[in-house]
Write a protein that binds this ligand. Structure first.
Ligand SMILES: [Zn+2]
Length: 296
């Protein structure tokens, strides 16, 4: 994954790499190659909460006392402790059951305290100073519920995993906010975010994985068209008969094994929600399992 150092009046680290020690050592080595050390950092900014982007926060803050900026939607994960973790795990188990998959299709996770310090929650339309220039904050969820894009007047953007040059991004199924019954429809959110990004005056987008993107409009259009293609594939399978999310996943992504199956289920579920909104499919429950069919 990519982490970025934005250097000027201040030194900002955007994303931290993974949780493990080797990722942290690599991060320190790369920062040193630019002539800096952790003690030169003024703050950490996170594009989103996924572990490959946020996993290094506690290790960095163990060595230097600096604030970390993250979207306010991360608050319940950061401050909710084991109770929130347990609520989320229960949601994932229920999602697997509803999709007709075995509960073992997702790696069991164990609770780990985050131990972050000096957390600053940010919102859409705030400004954050990086390297001497003001970056406006855009909240563009869908890939995760905490996705932020930052861009400045010159059209330079840091976009996390919102748009990647080489692969289509998964809009991960996530639990509803605490106290809310309905889970977010993440692919619908993601498409809305992509359309919003399409309108932004961006010249260079620095993504969370892969090389810089200089044609974000064309790439957004390509990704949106890929969603339509996936919808057509799902409809073609449903033409043969009703199916669960798991059955669709096995037909469309037959090579997925182990915990990767969850990624496929998430992908299919998102596209089924898009198809439902478009009036193409209907969902009925049998024994608390969702069965999808073509709307006739
Ligand atoms: Zn991510």
């Amino acid at each position: 994954m990519n982490a970025f150092l934005v250097v000027g009046e201040t030194v900002t680290l955007v994303d931290t790499g993974n949780l493990d020690g080797s990722s942290f050592e690599q991060l320190k080595r790369l920062i040193a190659l630019e002539g800096y050390g952790l003690s030169d950092l003024d703050h950490i900014i996170l594009t989103h909460m996924h572990i490959d982007h946020s996993g290094g926060v506690a290790r960095i803050q163990n060595e230097v006392s600096i604030p970390v900026y993250v979207h306010e939607k991360a608050r319940h994960v950061i401050e909710g402790g084991e109770e929130e973790f347990t609520r989320e795990q229960a949601f994932y188990q229920e999602f697997l059951h509803r999709s007709g998959a075995a509960i073992t299709e997702r790696k069991t996770q164990s609770y780990r305290e985050l131990n972050w310090q000096e957390i600053r929650y940010v919102k859409e339309n705030e400004y954050i100073k990086m390297g001497g220039s003001d970056f406006i904050v855009e909240y563009l969820p869908g890939h995760s519920q905490t996705d932020l894009l930052f861009y400045n007047q010159e059209g330079l953007a840091l976009a996390g995993d919102l748009l990647l040059p080489d692969i289509s991004v998964n809009a991960f199924i996530e639990p509803p906010d605490p106290g809310t019954a309905e889970k977010p429809k993440t692919l619908l959110q993601y498409r809305k975010s992509l359309k919003k990004m399409h309108k932004l005056p961006l010249k260079a987008v620095y993504p969370g994985h892969g090389h810089v993107i200089t044609n974000h409009k064309a790439l957004v259009e390509k990704r949106l068209a890929e969603h339509d293609k996936r919808c057509s594939r799902i409809l073609a399978v449903l033409e043969e008969g009703d199916a669960t999310v798991y059955q669709l996943c096995q037909k469309i992504y037959p090579k997925l094994k182990g915990s990767a199956v969850y990624l496929g289920l998430s992908q299919i579920q998102g596209h089924l929600e898009l198809l439902e909104v478009r009036g193409k499919t209907i969902c009925q429950q049998r024994n608390a399992i969702d069965i999808y069919s073509i709307r006739t």
